[in-house]
Ligand binder design. Structure first.
Ligand SMILES: [Zn+2]
Length: 284
């Protein structure tokens, strides 16, 4: 997994015993940042030698799904993070951590800590216990209540706009070649499922990523059809830009529905066959 450098550094600090007890992380993508932060925390706490997608390890699985008792993620309840949410955090962290080295909390959208929840929070920050580690994720550090911000080490984690990076996506070249085949050789599209995808990818997670990428490509096709802003897209995807807005919209809906279906147990081969057939029915 590619992880932002500033976040990755935390792993080194940890091993050098230089980790602060609280970090305020300013980012333009809180969800992505949270995923990467979890990667860092798994890396630090995994009882085995951590590998990407450490999947047979209980701790990594629990942490991934927010089920680890010593790991709590708080998000705003309505427009604020409420005092009760912080009180609950305090009571759950009143015991020593069991499976991780520290009790770890993450506050999403720390700007939404109001005066009373921040005051409750302060006790955590003023008496830094050795076994508590906190992260405040925010879009703008200047909007976080100063009593909190001043007690944290500040990190900035900026990501390039997602739309600029379809070309860097690890699936891009295979998905691109596949899409050209199924869009340009409509009649025989189905035969490319095996040779261009199934032979390469066997995990469901791969297909989730592939369908997410397809979704982004059709979305960009629609956007660039309205007003062409991305010349690289035009050069690569002229075969999509030729299509009508209606056709692109309908296909976008199909891809989105198939992406949802991947949440269920599906036979990938049948799933892809059905997808290609349905997609080509939409050709005008
Ligand atoms: Zn693990």
């Amino acid at each position: 997994m590619e992880v932002n450098g500033s976040l990755k550094n935390l792993i080194n600090y940890y091993h050098e015993d230089k980790l602060s007890h609280a970090y305020l992380i300013e980012t333009n993508d809180i969800d992505k940042c949270l995923t990467e932060l979890k990667y860092v925390l798994k890396n630090i706490n995994c009882p085995h030698e951590y590998k990407d997608n450490c999947s047979n390890c209980n701790l990594c699985n629990l942490l991934n799904n927010n089920y680890l008792p010593s790991f709590i993620v708080i998000e705003p309840d309505g427009i604020n993070i409420k005092k009760e949410q912080i009180l609950d955090l305090k009571s759950r962290f009143s015991t020593m951590p069991l499976y991780t080295k520290e009790n770890i909390y993450i506050i999403k959208e720390a700007e939404k800590l109001n005066q009373s929840s921040a005051n409750t929070m302060l006790k955590f920050l003023e008496e830094p216990e050795d076994n508590i580690l906190g992260f405040f994720l925010c879009y703008n550090a200047n909007n976080v209540i100063s009593t909190i911000a001043s007690r944290c080490e500040i990190i900035k984690v900026y990501y390039k706009n997602n739309e600029d990076t379809i070309y860097n996506n690890e699936y891009f070249s295979n998905v691109y070649n596949y899409l050209r085949k199924i869009e340009l050789e409509k009649k025989y599209g189905i035969m490319y499922n095996k040779s261009m995808l199934l032979n390469l990818y066997s995990e469901k997670e791969d297909y989730v990523n592939i369908f997410k990428l397809l979704l982004r490509i059709y979305y960009l096709a629609l956007k660039n059809k309205e007003s062409l802003t991305d010349m690289e897209f035009k050069n690569k995807f002229s075969f999509l830009l030729e299509k009508s807005t209606e056709e692109l919209t309908r296909k976008l809906k199909i891809i989105s529905a198939y992406l949802d279906d991947l949440n269920y147990n599906v036979n990938i081969e049948l799933f892809l066959d059905k997808f290609v057939i349905e997609l080509s029915e939409m050709n005008e």
